[in-house]
Design a protein around this ligand. Structure first.
Ligand SMILES: Cc1cc2nc3c(=O)[nH]c(=O)nc-3n(C[C@H](O)[C@H](O)[C@H](O)COP(=O)(O)OP(=O)(O)OC[C@H]3O[C@@H](n4cnc5c(N)ncnc54)[C@H](O)[C@@H]3O)c2cc1C
Length: 422
């Protein structure tokens, strides 16, 4: 069995490792020159830069929830919330331990993936260093490319604005905001991190915090008087500012959009069986398997969920079928399951139909994957930690990283607050 893995961030590395364990032949393509995906960061921006990590970032989940079941962080990494270089170091060691590098072609960007028969794919790859194109064929494809296309809200007048517009994809530091009047839109983790930092250096910040229904929308931060937490939305932009729905008008020099990402698979041919509409990737059995062509899987789509343990679960789910240990249901059955899951997991109730499960449905999803494929379920302790983490960050966003976690067993964890509890 020949498998192609597209992308060598955490999910791609886990896919390579588990395919090798199955005895499959694996070739993985990575467009940058190193593994790690989002964690392979040097704070650059540009067309070939994938990572969106910014200065001062600490992980928003403890490292205890950011590792694969077959490899742990070094004992000398004691903190729970880590700087990106420590996370990247974990993935470098994971790559070394399982000897994954020999399967990876770096500086190779996948530009076309097309079915050539029911069970075969043709992949065209651009060798970025040598400016050459190569074509290979394979039996199965794992797509592990994370997110990279910014989602920009369609608001009247955005193109007329004469100041600077930046999306959080390109945010690396607060330098450009020093002594400026800024409008910041967004309420996810990046927006929260950004507003805390921009508040320190800008002349004024107008923060539209109710933009999306992420958990950040409920979070209240103690910010300086320079920052206005605006509850009204923008009606239209003008050359120098914006008119708001509540009838007020504000002037500013920079618009910072922390408005999230769109799912795009620019290399998939029209007959690949995958389409994306309004941020929902279709038709995916269990949000993983291409129901039209089950020899393709997409890993890591559910947003706002546990990352590494979920990627591993999704990959193992898929390999139960690709190895022949289980048979896929028929296409019709898979399509029915998709319709049912969309209701159970409330996927279509999320704003913009993002492929997020909604926190309440995470556990249902994880357990369903394990039961359906008859594989080991996710340890309940991860779900407990995740729920604690979400509540704790909502309660006190500024200090939620001041904790050390310890997993005691499959069900329990302990925490120690490293600063005076607030
Ligand atoms: C600012 C920020 C902070 C985050 N913080 C956390 C956190 O604290 N904890 C956490 O668990 N998660 C966090 N995440 C989520 C993070 O995306 C995941 O941890 C993880 O990196 C996702 O892994 P992935 O392999 O699916 O995708 P990525 O890490 O995005 O890797 C995808 C890889 O695919 C490659 N690629 C893309 N297209 C192609 C192509 N056409 N051809 C070849 N290669 C291609 C890219 O170059 C990249 O190397 C954060 C994300 C962001 C943006």
């Amino acid at each position: 069995m020949k498998v192609t893995v597209v992308g060598c961030g955490p999910s791609g590395l886990c896919a390579i490792k588990n395919c090798i364990s199955e005895g499959f032949e694996v070739v993985a393509f990575e467009q940058t020159s190193e593994i790690g995906g989002e964690w392979n960061s040097n704070l650059e921006i540009g067309p070939n830069v994938h990572s969106k990590i910014y200065e001062g970032l600490l992980t928003n989940f403890p490292k205890e929830m950011m590792e694969f079941s077959d490899f742990s962080y070094d004992e000398n990494v004691t903190d729970s919330f880590l700087t990106p270089d420590k996370v990247q170091n974990y993935f470098l060691k994971y790559t070394e331990k399982f000897d994954l590098r020999k399967h990876i072609k770096f500086n190779h960007k996948v530009i076309n993936v097309q079915p050539i028969s029911d069970n075969q794919w043709e992949i065209i790859v651009e060798d970025l260093k040598n400016d050459e194109y190569k074509t290979i064929t394979c039996d199965k494809v794992f797509i592990c490319i994370g997110i990279s296309a910014p989602w920009i809200p369609k608001i009247e007048g955005l193109n007329d604005f004469e100041g600077k517009i930046i999306h959080s994809r390109d945010y690396r530091s607060t330098k450009m905001f020093e002594n400026k009047k800024v409008l910041l839109m967004g309420s996810g983790v990046s927006a929260l991190d950004m507003v805390i930092e921009i508040d320190k250096v800008a002349e004024k910040v107008i923060w539209i915090n109710n933009f999306r229904q992420t958990h950040g929308a409920q979070i209240k931060l103690e910010l300086s008087d320079k920052t206005i937490d605006k509850s009204s939305t923008v009606k239209r932009f003008t050359k120098s500012g914006a008119e708001f729905e509540d009838g007020t008008f504000e002037e500013f020099e920079i618009i910072a959009l922390a408005t999230g990402y769109d799912f795009t698979f620019p290399f998939l041919s029209v007959d690949s069986g995958i389409s994306v509409y309004d941020k929902l990737v279709q038709q995916l059995y269990k949000q993983i398997i291409n129901a039209n062509r089950p020899s393709m899987a997409i890993i890591g789509l559910p947003l706002f969920s546990i990352t590494m343990p979920l990627f591993e679960l999704q990959i193992k789910f898929c390999l139960q079928y690709w190895s022949g240990r289980k048979n896929f249901p028929s296409k019709d059955e898979m399509l029915k399951v998709i319709q049912k899951d969309i209701k159970v997991l409330k996927i279509d109730e999320n704003v913009h139909k993002a492929q997020c499960l909604g926190l309440a449905s995470d556990e249902i999803y994880y357990n369903d994957l394990a039961q359906t494929a008859e594989i080991k379920p996710l340890k309940p302790v991860f779900i407990k930690m995740c729920n604690f983490q979400v509540k704790n960050s909502s309660k006190n966003y500024r200090n939620f990283r001041d904790y050390e976690f310890k997993i005691l067993n499959d069900f329990e964890f302990s925490i120690e607050c490293l600063t005076k509890e607030k």
